[in-house]
Design a protein around this ligand. Structure first.
Ligand code: 5GP
Length: 119
């Protein structure tokens, strides 16, 4: 797959407000926050969409949730609660084709997150 903006963030070619980093993953603030706290957790391995996750990626994909919780705790929003979302492809609202877990927190979040029409 071709590089996305997130590869440039991983390689420190463009700046990001990094909250956590290890050998497998990176967490950084979303540039266009949709809640008082909104950060992204991405694998360092470039995987385009959820559809492209292989069995060997399962460890790293699970690690994203671990990092999400770790950073949420560090930011003091874990107890109140938060939402994690991973969008997939056009109908899912994906715009960057390098999988990422959105973590949204800091206020009560509505559910469902869209107009409840089925069609
Ligand atoms: P998606 O729509 O693919 O689920 O989410 C992509 C997210 O990446 C969006 O929330 C968008 O604001 C964020 N984003 C896009 N470009 C950048 C960037 O250059 N830096 C940061 N920090 N976030 C970005």
């Amino acid at each position: 797959m071709s590089d996305t903006i997130f590869t440039k963030i991983i390689n420190k070619e463009i700046p990001a407000d990094i909250l956590y980093e290890d050998e497998l993953a990176l967490a950084f603030k979303d540039i266009s926050p949709q809640a008082p706290v909104h950060f992204l957790v991405i694998p360092k391995k470039a995987i385009a969409t959820i559809n492209d996750i292989t069995e060997e990626d399962c460890g790293v994909v699970g690690h994203l949730s671990f990092v999400a919780a770790k950073v949420a705790k560090e930011l003091g929003v874990a107890e109140e609660g938060y939402r994690t979302v991973m969008n997939c492809n056009e109908f899912g609202g994906q715009t960057v084709y390098h999988i990422h877990l959105h973590v949204l927190a800091g206020k009560p979040l509505g559910w469902p997150p869209f107009s409840a029409k089925l069609k």
